[in-house]
Design a protein around this ligand. Structure first.
Ligand SMILES: [Zn+2]
Length: 427
């Protein structure tokens, strides 16, 4: 039998139009939106339960296109070899829950050092064993040896087990082999490290690491499985190679030049820029005494990223929301919305980047990203007006995933007798 609930929204964000619609009712059947109607037309049959969010603003469940749910918050200098695979997985359980409770009902999880652990987390969430967002997962990093996705800092004569170096490649043939194995192994998206990384010791964010041919092979092989490639690229040359190779998205893009930005706009390649994590690293890194090299690279990429963000927006680049959660603590993802606004977006644009545009990037806009018929009933409800102050989304009051309430911070309201009715007395 169809299970139907009616969700009353005090205000509902139309994410396409960027407008709040007063008093709407979302009719949910079997976890999906069946219809959205004016509140006065809400069905009131005895069979349908009602979730009353009439005092709140309701937004489609948020999407973070760049997370690392598995493992520790990545601290500079803490090696990926200091935890067991089981520890990594249990940390993933905690991180997935924190992310969902923060209103992020879907994520694109762009890799873990231990291959396939994020795939297993995704499957545990689907099975209902773990509470977390819907996940698209990358499974590992396709990276050059000693590149931004390799485990570095070990003596050169220490050999790591395969699951810590699954995506380390030295030729186009190895790229094809590893991409194929990842996709047959059940990952959804391929993550290529096209340039150096901020948190990798010795890595140079501006330096290309994979060749254009290697990136092209990754895109070609992924396409055989209907999958996209996301390319980590700070520097302009690495990004240009990745765009020419046909990747779906450039991640970070913090030191892109005008030519690379123009190529993004022309090709429709998505740009996913993380900004809040830079603020967090600058503060936490100085407090905790991170290496000066890491802090310097972070400061430099932050400074240029702010400029690139504004230029890319002005050029009409498709910009999807991604935070690199795992570099900063999970659950603070929504703090980046205010960064997007600070760098030039309207609140409506920032929210669209974290809903509709994010879903389009993932090829999942038929199921998430809006509260339209056929999509999952994923939503976050907040007090206040998120279009007037996007920080309202930093404090979700109610979170619903596929029609199920996973967070409700409102005080329980017990029924009260109608006005004028006498209380039962002892006499
Ligand atoms: Zn990342």
């Amino acid at each position: 039998m169809t299970e139907r609930i009616v969700i009353r929204a005090g205000r509902l964000l139309d994410v396409r139009a960027g407008a709040l619609l007063p008093d709407r009712a979302i009719v949910v059947e079997d976890g999906r939106v069946a219809a959205v109607v004016p509140g006065s037309q809400a069905p009131t049959t005895a069979e349908s339960a009602t979730l009353d969010l009439s005092g709140l603003s309701v937004v489609a469940g948020l999407i973070d296109c760049h997370t690392h749910l598995v493992g520790h918050v990545q601290e500079a200098g803490v090696p990926a070899t200091s935890t067991t695979a089981a520890q990594e997985a249990f940390l993933g359980v905690r991180n997935a829950r924190a992310t969902l409770r923060a209103g992020f009902t879907s994520v694109r999880d762009l890799g873990s050092f231990r291959a396939f652990v994020c795939r297993d987390l995704r499957d545990a969430i689907v099975a209902g064993d773990v509470e977390g967002p819907g996940m698209q997962v990358a499974g590992a990093y396709i990276t050059a040896p000693w590149g931004g996705g390799d485990v570095v800092g070990l003596a050169p004569d220490i050999r790591l087990p395969d699951d810590l170096r699954f995506g380390v490649v030295t030729s186009p043939a190895e790229v094809r082999d590893r991409v194929r194995r990842l996709l047959i192994g059940g990952v959804d998206v391929i993550k290529c490290i096209a340039t150096g990384a901020v948190l990798t010791r010795g890595g140079v964010p501006g330096a290309p690491e994979l060749s254009e041919e290697e990136l092209r092979v990754a895109v070609d092989e992924a396409a055989h499985y209907g999958a996209f490639v996301a390319a980590h690229a700070h520097g302009a040359e690495g990004a240009r190679r990745a765009i020419r190779a046909g990747v779906r998205s450039i991640e970070h893009g913090s030191i892109l030049d005008d030519e690379a930005i123009a190529m993004l706009a022309e090709t429709g390649t998505y740009l996913v820029m993380d900004l809040y994590d830079g603020e967090w690293m600058a503060e936490e890194g100085r407090r905790a005494g991170w290496p000066a090299e890491t802090l310097r690279k972070n400061d430099e990429t932050m400074e240029t990223a702010i400029v690139v963000f504004a230029k890319a927006r002005a050029a009409g680049v498709r910009m999807a929301f991604g935070t690199d959660a795992g570099v900063y603590p999970h659950g603070l993802n929504a703090r980046q919305l205010a960064w997007y606004v600070r760098c030039g977006m309207t609140a409506a644009e920032a929210i669209r980047s974290a809903t509709l545009t994010a879903a389009e990037l993932m090829g999942r806009d038929d199921r998430v990203g809006t509260l339209e018929a056929g999509r999952f009933a994923d939503l976050v409800a907040v007090a206040g007006d998120p279009l007037a102050d996007v920080r309202a989304l930093e404090e979700p009051v109610v979170v619903v995933k596929a029609g199920i309430v996973v967070r409700d911070d409102r005080p329980v309201r017990l029924p009260t007798p109608p006005a004028g009715q006498a209380w039962p007395g002892l006499a």
